[in-house]
Design a protein around this ligand. Structure first.
Ligand code: CP
Length: 297
């Protein structure tokens, strides 16, 4: 693996190997040292979990890590991102974790910048968020290793969700039994990689083993895509009442950041079925597995 750009590009065996290694890291107290491999975080969109998680993953592996302060970088003087990456590579940094609103930007950089530079996609617009898919699946498999027997429901603004896109890809690759994407018609995707779409919350939640609730993502909505949040809550929110349709053992997940009281109620987000903080913990191990796979290549 030279870059980590999107789940659909990876063979099933590679995905299984990343998951296996992430679970192994979770059991270990000591980690290998990759101190000669420096990594830089380039986050052009806001982040709490993903940026810090990649930084923690690099720290655990003894990789020097730089968080470039983009508010004060030379891109403000007109430098293009390709030149920023080449400049940092000339200093000996070869691992670039990039989040950007432009879909496909990381792929474009990977295509043009040569094999010595390794690009990790930490989210590109509404397109893909592959490390989120690894940590989500890791969290599910810890509780439910038999993926072919699961009904997994993703609920919310599917159309604008890079999390839902990458999750569809990993479900497809690993053969999840049933994937249901629940969204109001205006937030349904135009094409699907895997699963089926419905606007029927009861259909989506009935007997679900796992429910992944998504943020409404107001910042990505076009003028014509806005919904009244009260009506959204009434028909699509994950509440104790709606969750009761799922299996008694249901796992509740959310990639974060959550809008409490909008897409999910606090007593569900913090309740006994919630694995939301476990997802965050697992994210560090998942990203360690990604770095190691790029380094050992
Ligand atoms: N899940 C996720 O990408 O969260 P952040 O935006 O906080 O990184």
């Amino acid at each position: 693996m030279n870059h980590f750009l999107e789940i659909s590009q990876l063979p099933r065996q590679q995905i299984e190997s990343l998951l296996h290694r992430a679970l192994e890291f979770k059991q270990q107290e000591r980690y290998p040292s990759y101190s000669q491999h420096a990594v830089v975080n380039l986050f052009y969109e806001d982040s709490t979990r993903t940026r810090v998680s990649f930084e923690m993953a690099a720290n655990h592996l003894s990789m020097p890590v730089i968080n470039l302060d983009l508010q004060n970088s030379s891109e403000n003087k007109g430098e293009i991102i390709e030149d920023t990456v080449k400049t940092l590579a000339a200093m000996g940094i070869h691992y670039f974790v990039i989040r950007h609103k432009q879909e496909g930007l990381q792929q474009q950089l990977a295509n043009t910048l040569g094999n010595a530079i390794h690009i990790v996609n930490a989210g590109d617009g509404t397109h893909a968020h592959p490390s989120q898919a690894i940590l989500d699946m890791m969290t599910i498999m810890e509780q439910n290793p038999q993926l072919d027997q699961l009904k997994i429901t993703v609920l919310g603004n599917i159309k604008h969700s890079r999390v839902a896109n990458s999750f569809q890809s990993i479900c497809n690759k690993l053969g999840v039994g049933e994937l249901v994407l629940v969204a109001p018609p205006i937030w349904q995707p135009q094409s699907l990689d895997y699963g089926r779409v419905t606007d029927d919350l009861v259909d989506g939640l009935t007997d679900a083993d796992v429910v992944i609730c998504l943020r409404v993502q107001r910042e990505r909505l076009l003028e014509t895509e806005h919904l009244d949040l009260e009506s959204y809550r009434r028909d699509f929110a994950l509440t104790q009442k709606s969750l009761a349709y799922a299996k008694p053992s249901v796992m509740v997940m959310h990639p974060g950041p959550m809008n409490r009281g909008v897409e999910i109620d606090s007593d569900v987000a913090d309740g006994k079925h919630s694995f939301i903080l476990e997802q965050v913990s697992n994210g560090v191990y998942a990203r360690m597995a990604v770095f190691e796979s790029l380094i050992l290549n």
